[in-house]
Ligand binder design. Sequence first.
Ligand SMILES: *[C@@H]1O[C@H](CO)[C@@H](O)[C@H](O)[C@H]1NC(C)=O
Ligand SMILES: *[C@@H]1O[C@H](CO)[C@@H](O)[C@H](O)[C@H]1NC(C)=O
Ligand SMILES: [Ca+2]
Ligand SMILES: [Ca+2]
Length: 244
Amino acid sequence: MFSYKFILQMLFHLMLFSMTYASTKCENDCTDNRMKHQCDGSAYRNVYQFFGDSASQPNINKCIEDAINTLFAKQNKSVEGWDESIKALTAKLETLERKIDKIGRIGEICYVSQWIHGYEYYEQDKFWYKFHNDCMSWSEARDACQEEGGDLISLNEDNFDFFRNVSRSYAGDCYHVWVGTADISAEGQWYWLNGERVSSVLWYPDQPDNALSNEHCGDLSRDFQFRLNDHVCSYKMHFICQII
Ligand SMILES: *[C@@H]1O[C@H](CO)[C@@H](O)[C@H](O)[C@H]1NC(C)=O
Ligand SMILES: *[C@@H]1O[C@H](CO)[C@@H](O)[C@H](O)[C@H]1NC(C)=O
Ligand SMILES: [Ca+2]
Ligand SMILES: [Ca+2]
């Protein structure tokens, strides 16, 4: 009997084949807005980012291999679960292949790789995001985002309510949600990881308060209606990653 890993590998290679085919067909055909920003030749580079390969030239086989290993590391469950997982995966791949055939754009490669990591597209700002159910310290959370090719999310006045809603919907046992701002390097200086200054209207009243002189990382706090708060960085929380 073939191992599950082998079957998965075959499926991914099938997908790879159609992606490569599609990408040679339509390199310049970028009419779909959602894909537009990814159709400038950076698609391959993005694929690398998502799979954490620092090589500058595409090596999609390696990228697929890494994706499979990531899947296995994350879903190291009992074998019973795998039948269902593989069925679901096969169905998704079939849909995907039909879609790729139909659309046939290089940008789809990015779409596929983001889909593998479970990212969602935020139409308004044209980036991808993922709410993590795991509980980690702020810097562990940052590492986890970077492993997936992104970073902790940077917010602003326009997208703040949307991600408050995301946090309200998904936050579970870890209660609060880390986001991409900290005053670790300079007390009281709050910048997002994208370099923008944190707007004062995002904070819950009387925050940031640097309680016990020990709060240097930004979270959306359940205690504060998921508005911004400064918290102890080692605290284990959910977190939201962003891929630009
Ligand atoms: C999967 O679990 C087994 C036993 O529970 C362990 O020995 C193995 O190292 C795990 N593999 C991964 C990739 O985490
Ligand atoms: C957030 O959720 C509230 C309540 O469901 C809704 O009224 C509001 O439109 C949502 N805002 C955004 C930006 O999603
Ligand atoms: Ca502080
Ligand atoms: Ca605080």
